[in-house]
Ligand binder design. Structure first.
Ligand SMILES: Cc1cc2nc3c(=O)[nH]c(=O)nc-3n(C[C@H](O)[C@H](O)[C@H](O)COP(=O)(O)OP(=O)(O)OC[C@H]3O[C@@H](n4cnc5c(N)ncnc54)[C@H](O)[C@@H]3O)c2cc1C
Length: 582
């Protein structure tokens, strides 16, 4: 179905927070998987359960050996798990972004490496073809990608180019007949050893010039992959180098426009974040099941350890983090499915929040298991190893925090520029100038008085105190963003500690919007039925976030940043830690 046209007022609720605004119309009622998709999705989930349950020992063997046997990958193909997001007209299941994320949630309850094999294929490997491919390119490749005859991989990272993705050295030179000669080496490519279809990013305008995205087939002369990397986690997934030695790429294998490859890469990564998010949620749900079983069965001091408050605290934290993660990932999926164009800050916020939530949940579940948690015989150590990667790949959480902070402040900065221009232009164009000033004055008022503050008014009555916290938090974030810009101007680019605090506040407030909206929708649906647990969830989240946001914003004015940077510089210049008690 064609997405409905986007109303600009609904766009980027996370960026709205930087202006103290609540762009919340898409949050109420809280989005759900569409009725039309529910049936087919349920069938996929059931077949995943049937196929993957009871295979724990097998997944452990794959992890020890560091590979998925070919017969296992063939079974994944037969289940249709490589066709999830490919439209039905190209023989795929045609799931929405939300539906796809839900499937990865299910596979991740059992095995993260399986999720990565199918996730790297769909979320990033073939995504550029879906988003930017021509009809002819789609007809040529998508049916083969849907069956898994061709597995897809995304080739961006190089030994000298990780977070600084625009600095790739792989290059493609035009041959004169429209075709290209491609040379370079990519590292840590998921599905690198098994893929038949590669989305490859290469410089096409010389070093320092722009990038272009290409389709490359494994069968072409000059394409080769290295041995499997021996990894800490997700060990059974296949990670290798991929080399391109003067590969001749036909003219019709450019994805998108030549020179626009960076845009293609970023669009793919943004669009794919709900896959990673779904995977993290599935792992959290399984860990919570383990923690419940472990804590109720294990007896110490004559009682189940689940009766102790310090264990209950962990169970509650895990439950709250999982609900908050599910809320933000579902909402981002719904934004993508609705055709909203500007969702990159929300998607980045979801990746940071959810990958860190899973890390905490895995750590707490292991702690509840005590010494058993440390033993290979139990599932915890593998999950801890598997989930660590989520904070690193598809954009490190540091880079994403900088992106969130700077993107949000850019909008605040644009609005300040508008004011400055408006003031200058009052005499030439009083109506325009007045309009700008009126908007600015309203916003200033809204930031300092509860009366004019942006309102999160659709929230259920039971949650008004929590909504009031959000409103105050957004208003403080708006003031902080403005003060920061005034203080640092363009120099904000180098002020990473400041940007991180702004980003962290925005992430926690945005997740808060999702949590309160979701609980409000549950309350409305139950029409007077008991929602005590959900209200408790919302309150626990608010308390957790309130402390974090308050610390982040206070840190903007009161911190030890100068000493902290001095300490780091000292350690760096001395080559390490330089004290001893001898
Ligand atoms: C198992 C695995 C699978 C992968 N799969 C793929 C794949 O399929 N395709 C693909 O293209 N890539 C893949 N990657 C690569 C992955 O995306 C990169 O590892 C990631 O982008 C980070 O790059 P890097 O490892 O070079 O770290 P670096 O960029 O060297 O960063 C190292 C550290 O420095 C920090 N840092 C860097 N720059 C800044 C800055 N400006 N400010 C503050 N901090 C900074 C980072 O946050 C990080 O903590 C995979 C990696 C792994 C480990």
């Amino acid at each position: 179905m064609k997405p409905e046209a986007t109303n600009p007022a609904d766009e980027s609720p996370a960026k709205g927070l930087f202006l103290g605004e609540f762009r919340d119309s898409r949050l109420f009622p809280f989005p759900k998987i569409s009725e039309s998709e529910k049936e087919s999705l349920s069938l996929v989930l059931e077949s995943v359960d049937r196929f993957m349950s009871g295979k724990e020992a097998q997944f452990r063997r794959f992890d020890e050996k560091g590979e998925q046997p070919q017969e296992y990958v063939e079974e994944l193909k037969a289940l249709g798990l490589f066709s999830l997001i490919i439209p039905a007209e190209f023989d795929g299941l045609g799931l929405s972004n939300s539906g796809y994320s839900r499937v990865l949630q299910q596979t991740s309850r059992y095995d993260a490496s399986t999720s990565l094999t199918i996730g790297a294929h769909s979320s990033i490997g073939l995504k550029a073809l879906l988003l930017f491919g021509t009809d002819e390119q789609k007809k040529r490749y998508l049916p083969r990608l849907a069956t898994g005859e061709m597995i897809a991989a995304f080739c961006l990272t190089e030994s000298g180019s990780g977070s600084d993705a625009a600095s790739v050295k792989t290059y493609a030179t035009p041959n004169g007949d429209g075709s290209w000669s491609l040379t370079g080496e990519k590292i840590w490519i998921t599905n690198g050893g098994t893929a038949g279809f590669f989305t490859v990013f290469a410089k096409t305008e010389g070093e320092g010039g722009k990038m272009t995205a290409f389709i490359v087939e494994r069968e072409w002369a000059g394409v080769s992959s290295g041995p499997k990397e021996d990894k800490m986690g997700i060990r059974a997934s296949c990670t290798t180098t991929v080399r391109f030695d003067n590969v001749q790429v036909p003219a019709d294998c450019v994805l998108g426009e030549p020179g626009k490859g960076f845009k293609v890469a970023m669009a793919v990564l943004n669009n794919g974040r709900t896959g990673l998010g779904g995977g993290c949620i599935g792992a959290m749900k399984r860990l919570i099941e383990h923690a419940v079983a472990q804590s109720t069965q294990r007896k110490q001091f004559g009682k189940s350890i689940s009766e102790f408050q310090l264990v209950k605290e962990k169970i509650a934290l895990m439950t709250m983090l999982c609900f908050a993660s599910e809320s933000i990932v579902s909402f981002v999926g719904a934004l993508v499915d609705a055709g909203v164009e500007d969702f990159s800050v929300e998607a980045a916020a979801s990746k940071v929040f959810v990958s860190e939530a899973l890390w905490t949940v895995a750590d707490e579940a292991l702690q509840i298991a005590g010494g058993n948690g440390f033993m290979k015989e139990y599932p915890y150590e593998r999950v801890v190893r598997d989930c660590r990667i989520n904070r690193i790949f598809e954009g490190t959480n540091e880079i994403l925090r900088l992106y969130i902070g700077l993107s949000g402040m850019k909008d605040a900065g644009d609005s300040l520029k508008g004011v400055a221009k408006g003031v200058g232009g009052i005499f030439n164009d009083p109506i325009k100038g007045f309009g700008l000033l009126t908007g600015y004055a309203t916003r200033k008022l809204s930031q300092v008085t509860p009366l004019g503050r942006g309102s999160f008014w659709r929230v259920a009555a039971q949650l008004k105190p929590e909504a009031a916290w959000l409103e105050k938090g957004a208003s403080k974030l708006g003031q902080a963003a403005e003060a920061t810009l005034k203080k640092h101007g363009k120099g904000i680019i180098g002020e990473q500690l400041v940007t991180k605090r702004i980003a962290d506040s925005a992430i926690d407030l945005f997740v808060g919007m999702c949590v309160l909206a979701r609980v409000s929708s549950i309350i409305t649906e139950r029409a007077g039925g008991d929602c005590g647990d959900e209200v408790a969830l919302a309150r626990v989240y608010t308390h957790f976030a309130r402390t974090r946001v308050s610390n982040s914003l206070k840190g903007l004015v009161q911190n030890s940043d100068r000493d902290l940077l001095r300490l780091a510089d000292g350690t760096l210049s001395k080559g390490g830690y330089s004290w001893d008690i001898l």
